[in-house]
Design a protein around this ligand. Structure first.
Ligand code: C2E
Ligand code: MG
Ligand code: MG
Length: 301
């Protein structure tokens, strides 16, 4: 953007170059305007980007655990490990920093940190005689560009002496469209070590039936956009049939983002196995999650 105060050609060119850099990184449009919003957002992103390695070293990244609840017995049967960035007393949401970490490749370190921390927690629960449940960890599709993901994960698990079935690896649905062969091989390798593998966010991307046909994962996680409303007749037919198909393919079904009792009841009637959503619990700091392990039944729910 040029205003009357901008008449120096070098400044104009420098701004144009900044816009070109931003445009190259963005997938959300063809035009980038050099306005105040763009400048501020870029500054903020650069700060986040450059601050990540130090933040990890300083312990600013923490792991929360969101309970997964079996819908028929209302029992806690698992958790998902979700990363949070605590900076200056505030929490930065993964939506704000995961895309940047994926861009720089730092996500590889972050995911391994979450895995490592999760293994440490599982070990601690076991040593304290607590009832222990499997925990899923998100792995970015960036990992699939490199070989030996399963071996790298197993190295960590073995170091903590944990049985592999306590760990579940989540890949988001959009990972499948990037490199089908890489993900197919990763699933085979992970399962050969006894790890559980799940497809996350089913229903947000192309949700191709070929993915369900060709990839042998253990768990299907349905995005809240599929399960989120019970007053959409077409949506209900799609939801019911996906749940049914998953069952026929021997996959466990998890519905995410469930906030209302109506939806819980509806999902239960449709045969969904597990629910992960605010209705039962938000992602919890580890001490709160540990207390859920002691009283794992969600009574009055
Ligand atoms: P996700 O893996 O699909 O995780 C579920 C997200 O849904 C979490 O958001 C969770 O807090 C949110 N959620 C759960 N129940 C409800 C509900 O009832 N209502 C609503 N509105 N939201 C609900 P979160 O923690 O903000 O994470 C967002 C995404 O960031 C995750 O989606 C995942 O794709 C990514 N992410 C989080 N942690 C990691 C990580 O350690 N590694 C990688 N690679 N990605 C991560
Ligand atoms: Mg997930
Ligand atoms: Mg999800």
């Amino acid at each position: 953007m040029l205003d009357d105060s901008t008449d120096d050609i070098d400044t104009i060119l420098a701004r144009a170059e900044t816009c070109i850099d931003i445009a190259k990184r963005r997938a959300d449009g063809d035009f980038v305007y050099y306005d105040l919003d763009t400048i501020n957002r870029e500054k903020q992103l650069t700060l986040l980007e450059s601050g990540m390695p130090q933040a990890l070293a300083d312990g600013e990244f923490v792991v929360y655990f969101q309970p997964k609840v079996r819908v028929d017995t209302r029992t806690l049967v698992g958790a998902e490990a979700l990363i949070r960035w605590k900076r200056d007393g505030k929490i930065i949401s993964p939506a704000d920093f995961i895309p940047i970490a994926e861009r720089t490749g730092f996500i590889m370190k972050l995911d391994m940190f979450v895995l490592e921390h999760t293994c440490a927690m599982i070990k601690q629960w076991q040593e304290n005689g607590k009832r222990t449940v499997p925990v899923s960890v998100n792995f970015s599709k960036i990992h699939l560009r490199f070989p030996h993901l399963a071996e790298k994960i197993m190295n960590v698990i073995n170091r903590y002496g944990i049985e592999p079935h306590y760990l579940e690896v989540e890949f988001t649905e959009t990972a499948y469209t990037d490199d089908f062969n890489a993900i197919k091989q990763a699933i085979i390798d992970l399962k050969s070590y006894g790890l559980m593998v799940s497809m996350d966010d089913f229903g947000t991307g192309y949700s191709s039936l070929a993915l369900l046909k060709d990839l042998d994962f253990d768990i299907l996680k349905l995005d809240k956009s599929l399960a989120g409303s019970d007053d959409d007749a077409r949506g209900q037919v799609v939801l019911e049939n996906i749940l049914h198909m998953a069952q026929e393919l021997s996959m466990t079904t998890v519905c995410e983002g469930v906030e209302d009792k109506n939806i819980v009841d509806n999902l239960r009637n449709m045969g969904c196995n597990i629910i992960q959503g605010y209705y039962f619990d938000k992602p919890l700091p580890e001490s709160e999650f540990a207390s859920r392990l002691e009283s794992p039944i969600y009574e009055n729910k």
